[in-house]
Ligand binder design. Structure first.
Ligand SMILES: NC(=O)c1ccc[n+]([C@@H]2O[C@H](COP(=O)([O-])OP(=O)(O)OC[C@H]3O[C@@H](n4cnc5c(N)ncnc54)[C@H](O)[C@@H]3O)[C@@H](O)[C@H]2O)c1
Length: 369
């Protein structure tokens, strides 16, 4: 399936999903061959080991590409890594007509997109996302960037890739925790934008989470829907002036849990796990602020509780957690702005919630445990 994402500029990103995606990539490269003088593939250590060969087996033209590699992990999404990559591109003679293929999860696509959008003031690049989170979220929408010390995504650009090629084949080697991390973002997009997808997720066979059953086409279908939903939102607000904020549902409190667990917890929460907890908390807020039906809240809790680790936050630490929400960039006056839902598929951004209301929803989350 081909989806065209228009970014408000002249650029249109072609997004290919589904079983024929490697044929699409071969044809796309063939079509561009006169415009490109060399190809670079950027990987991290895991995607080089797990994803490079499956890619070059399907697209032999890429066997001659220059390989750039960094260690895996969020820590590598830094200015130091960007500098290393700019230097490697320079040493290996990359020109403004070189193509960068980012083969990896969100770290690789965010960092690779940033490097490509700044090297020689911008070179062509494509994403081949290899995590569920990358396929449905990080690779889509043109946000590129690096962290500055502990501050996530502090430096970056809005630059859309030329194309994105999404194949569920890469999920076959993805660790289960990473699959669940991406699934949390799919739950989110269903809740904010598509009641039908939300219905479908509730009937999803749990087999699709096991390693051996991942390549049976189910993920292709879900990913295609999630990608179309994200494109529909991004197209209306490429640089996040308003509507795109609805994609932050679950993230304001989720990020605070993530940071709190990293700073003070013995077992840091993964990003996706923290977002899953954030979705529960912000669903409590949605009942109070945007009239979400309690029955839907129950369904959300039932979807998330059995799959994700729960985080015990001691009563005396809740104020600290709320202070961390205060550091979120969506703060306004004495309250915080949230993206909430009134029903699956109906969302609202910029809903101001006071400290007491946030406190109450975190206590309600605690009471579930
Ligand atoms: N740009 C955006 O709009 C956007 C949106 C959401 C998240 N993000 C960013 O995305 C990043 C998180 O992305 P992520 O969850 O994909 O993390 P990630 O890129 O770190 O990948 C997770 C882990 O899985 C490994 N991996 C990747 N693909 C694999 C495969 N097929 N088989 C085996 N191992 C594989 C990676 O090496 C890594 O260890 C964060 O930096 C976040 O800020 C960006």
């Amino acid at each position: 399936m081909e989806i065209n994402l228009s970014t408000g500029t002249e650029k249109i990103t072609q997004i290919y999903t589904g079983p024929g995606v490697f044929v699409d990539l071969r044809e796309w490269l063939d079509h561009k061959k006169d415009l490109i003088d060399s190809v670079f593939i950027f990987t991290d250590s895991n995607t080089r080991a797990c994803c490079l060969k499956p890619l070059t087996d399907q697209v032999p033209f890429l066997l001659d590409a220059n390989i750039l590699e960094i260690q895996a992990g969020e820590k590598q999404k830094s200015l130091q890594s960007a500098e290393y990559l700019w230097q490697q591109l320079t040493l290996k003679g990359a020109s403004r007509k070189s193509l960068l293929i980012n083969l990896g999860g969100g770290v690789v696509t965010d960092l690779g997109g940033f490097v490509a959008s700044t090297y020689k003031r911008g070179i062509p690049f494509v994403h081949v996302p290899t995590t569920l989170l990358g396929m449905t979220d990080a690779a889509i929408g043109g946000k590129t960037g690096v962290n500055l010390g502990e501050i996530k995504n502090q430096v970056g650009t809005f630059t859309a890739p030329d194309a994105i090629f999404i194949s569920e084949a890469f999920l076959e080697t993805l660790p289960s925790e990473e699959l669940l991390s991406g699934f949390a973002e799919i739950i989110k997009i269903a809740l904010v934008a598509d009641s039908q997808l939300w219905e479908n997720l509730q009937t999803l066979n749990k087999d699709v989470f096991t390693l051996s059953k991942r390549g049976n086409g189910v993920w292709n279908e879900i990913v295609s829907v999630a990608v179309q939903l994200k494109c529909r939102i991004v197209e209306q607000d490429f640089t996040e002036q308003g509507l795109r904020e609805i994609l932050n549902f679950g993230h304001t409190i989720g990020h605070a849990f993530e940071s709190f667990s990293l700073l003070y917890g013995k077992n840091p929460l993964s990003h996706g796990n923290a977002i899953a907890i954030g979705i529960i908390c912000e669903s409590f807020l949605s009942v109070k602020k945007t009239c979400l039906q309690p029955g839907v809240l129950d369904a959300i809790v039932s979807m998330i509780f059995p799959r994700y680790l729960q985080y015990h936050i001691p009563e005396e630490d809740i104020p600290l957690l709320i202070d961390m929400i205060g550091h979120d960039k969506k703060r306004i006056g004495s309250g915080n702005r949230f993206s909430l839902i009134s029903s699956p598929g109906n969302s609202h951004h910029g809903v101001c919630c006071e400290r007491d209301e946030i406190l109450e929803c975190i206590r309600l989350y605690r009471s579930l445990q």
